[in-house]
Design a protein around this ligand. Structure first.
Ligand SMILES: *Cc1c(COP(=O)(O)O)cnc(C)c1O
Length: 409
């Protein structure tokens, strides 16, 4: 049968994180692997009330097919949210498309922009969901190293200049960035870099795809202007989602961009799924009308901040005096990127982790070329406090064991 599969299908690989989730449920397991929010933070009673009401009273909308563009009420509410939150103005409903999570938006971006000889820029490490959606269309990725204050823009400029000088600049379609609390990197792009990125993109006429699922989960510091606000809708396509702030089960992502791009994405989406579920869109719309989503996030933010602080303190306690061990200190989001000395292979260490009942995602899962092997992604949002302490202790144990075994510590 496999000989019938398309070339695209043959490029598809099973995702390491999905595989990991299978062992997460083993008794006694402490997992820093998952990228999912804490379900106890979801406003389930408010959503239950809204759900009953919109099913009974708005059934002609919620139980019916909807438009491909998405629920107009949700799009209106989202426009006002963007205005309140970030001061983004000048949008109307035709600038917005509601997708089945941001993952589907990433897939549509690949579909409408990438041919098999196209070039696009992604960070190293890269968000797996985006990388796999883009890589199915084209292998022409260019890496941007991730630094404390975002991707290395000198490198971006050099690479663009080089591509331009060989006459291929038209093949460059977009630069994909996660400016706030990067997944998996944990770092945030500075305002200076956001402005410079827009200038570079203007100079070479490439689009910026700004993926921002975590912007509202800020634990310290002041919010930084979205790149979309700096560069405008003709330069930046902004991807947002309800997954990390309301509930991933709703499967709702929002794409904000210029109308030509949105129209093309709508056509691409028609072939994929006709429309995003009317029911969950209307639940989210009514939720936004009745509750202040941002204010309601305060306890969630306090909870995650506390766990982040604890994990950072435990990492310091266990690895602080070990040479070559360092980790990012995220101002928000769900992830810490933990880097070990070069000779460590976190993929190999995962087997020891499974035996010792501690899970993490090996860095290699966030690379397109089997690199990042000496890093791992740690998520602090789900385990209870005592598990964070015990989990980091187990991590230390396997690091020491592995180091001794390989004679590298
Ligand atoms: C979680 C996440 C998404 C998408 O999640 P959806 O549930 O599909 O909306 C997109 N990008 C990044 C960087 C993420 O971490």
């Amino acid at each position: 049968m496999t000989e019938k599969f398309s070339k695209t299908a043959l490029k598809m690989k099973s995702n390491v994180i999905r595989e990991l989730l299978k062992v997460t449920s083993k008794p006694g397991m402490i997992s820093f692997g998952g990228g999912v929010p804490d379900p106890d933070t979801f406003p389930r009673f408010e959503m239950a009330e809204i759900s009953k009401e919109v099913l009974e009273k708005e059934y002609k909308f919620t139980l019916q097919y909807g438009s491909t563009e998405g629920d107009p009420m949700l799009r209106e509410e989202y426009i006002s949210l963007l205005k309140r939150e970030s001061g983004i103005e000048g949008l109307d409903v035709d600038n917005l498309l509601v997708t089945v999570g941001s993952q589907s938006a990433l897939d549509l971006v690949g579909k409408i922009f990438l041919d098999d000889d196209s070039i696009y820029f992604v960070s190293k490490p890269v968000y797996l969901g985006a990388a796999s959606a883009f890589a199915l269309r084209s292998n022409g990725y260019v890496y941007m190293d991730l630094r404390e204050d975002g991707v290395d823009l000198d490198e971006v400029e050099n690479r663009l200049e080089e591509i331009a000088s060989r006459g291929e600049i038209n093949k460059v379609k977009f630069i994909y960035v996660i400016p706030n609390f990067h997944n998996p990197g944990g770092v945030t792009m500075s305002l200076e870099k956001r402005k410079r990125l827009v200038e570079i993109a203007e100079k070479y006429d490439v689009l910026i795809v700004e993926d921002d699922p975590y912007g509202d989960l800020r634990y310290e510091g002041d919010p930084i202007d979205p790149i979309f606000k700096i560069g405008g809708q003709n330069r930046v396509l902004l991807l947002r989602t309800f997954s990390k702030i309301l509930s991933p089960g709703l499967r709702l992502g929002i794409v904000i961009g210029n109308k030509t791009i949105i129209r093309k994405m709508v056509m691409a989406k028609q072939a994929s799924d006709l429309c995003t579920p009317s029911l969950t869109q209307r639940i989210a719309a009514r939720y936004l009308q009745r509750h202040d989503l941002i204010a309601q996030l305060k306890p969630t933010i306090a909870l995650y901040r506390d766990k982040r602080d604890l994990m950072l303190a435990e990492l310091e306690k266990n690895f602080g005096d070990m040479k070559g061990f360092h980790w990012t200190k995220p101002d928000g989001g769900l992830f810490i990127w933990f880097t070990l000395p070069e000779s460590f292979d976190t993929g190999e260490m995962l087997e020891m982790g499974k035996a010792e009942n501690v899970l993490f995602v090996p860095g290699e899962a966030f690379s397109l070329d089997n690199t990042c092997k000496n890093s791992m992604r740690l998520s602090f949002c789900l385990p209870p406090r005592e598990d964070i302490i015990e989990g980091v202790r187990r991590l230390k144990k396997i690091v020491v064991e592995y180091g001794k075994e390989k004679n590298i510590l």
